[in-house]
Design a binder for this molecule. Structure first.
Ligand code: DX5
Ligand code: ZN
Length: 217
């Protein structure tokens, strides 16, 4: 479906070569670039922070979609705006004041995303839909790439009903591949993050594999 966006997660890229990896996935058809920020506290893994994200910025010509798996969020919002994030997504579970966080993200000039862990119901965003540009439905427990897809299609359908005619994306993150992508797209998702399914088998020397993987999803 042409209206479905594919957002490769650079969590599965070569960490010594981010600039070239980003240029390769964009040349091979990525619609957005998904950047997974982990703090070793909200999730049991560490990736990179605002200085690295700022270094990615000049390589991204599409949309830099920054997924914060950190707590707290609010002290870092301005740093990610300065780093050039287009979309900044915070988890509803990351603190007591997600409403304030989403207001602050928009106030800093970015699109605001709100993410839901697998155990969190759709209703957690019921009062946030006018403050969010994107709802990210996690289909793995966040922290690592390459995990098995957890079926959240019921949650996606419910969110699509709740969103109604608002211009809010539903993004799916975790375990998206050629088998699971059609399920979530049919349920109403329109942005699909994929890490291992895009980078598997390819490299910056063999970027055509990335292209084939993207088109297969
Ligand atoms: C998980 C991250 C995902 C992850 C997806 O915590 O938020 O973006 O990189 O990787 P795959 O597609 O391999 O499940
Ligand atoms: Zn992510």
């Amino acid at each position: 479906d042409r209206s479905i966006k594919i957002a490769p997660s650079i969590l599965s890229a070569d960490f010594a070569n981010f600039g070239a990896e980003i240029r390769a996935i964009e040349a091979e058809g990525a619609d957005w670039v998904h950047v997974d920020v982990m703090d070793g506290h909200f999730v049991p893994n560490l990736t990179f922070g605002p200085m690295a994200v700022k270094a990615f910025r000049p390589h991204v010509t599409t949309v830099m979609d920054v997924h914060l798996m950190i707590a707290p969020v609010d002290p870092y919002i301005d740093a990610y705006a300065e780093a050039g994030a287009d979309v900044l997504t915070a988890h509803v579970e990351a603190g007591p004041h997600i409403h304030r966080t989403l207001q602050a993200i928009r106030g800093a000039g970015m699109k605001a995303g709100v993410a839901l862990n697998p155990g969190t119901p759709a209703d957690a965003v019921a009062h946030l839909l006018d403050l969010a540009d994107l709802v990210c439905v996690m289909t793995v427990n966040p922290g690592f790439g390459g995990q098995k897809f957890i079926d959240m299609t019921g949650k996606v359908r419910r969110l699509r009903e709740m969103i109604g005619d608002r211009p809010v994306h539903i993004e799916i993150d975790g375990g998206v591949d050629v088998t699971t992508a059609p399920l979530v797209a049919a349920a109403g998702a329109d942005v699909l993050v994929a890490g291992s399914a895009v980078f598997r088998g390819g490299s910056v020397e063999r970027p055509e594999v990335y292209g084939a993987n993207i088109r297969a999803i």
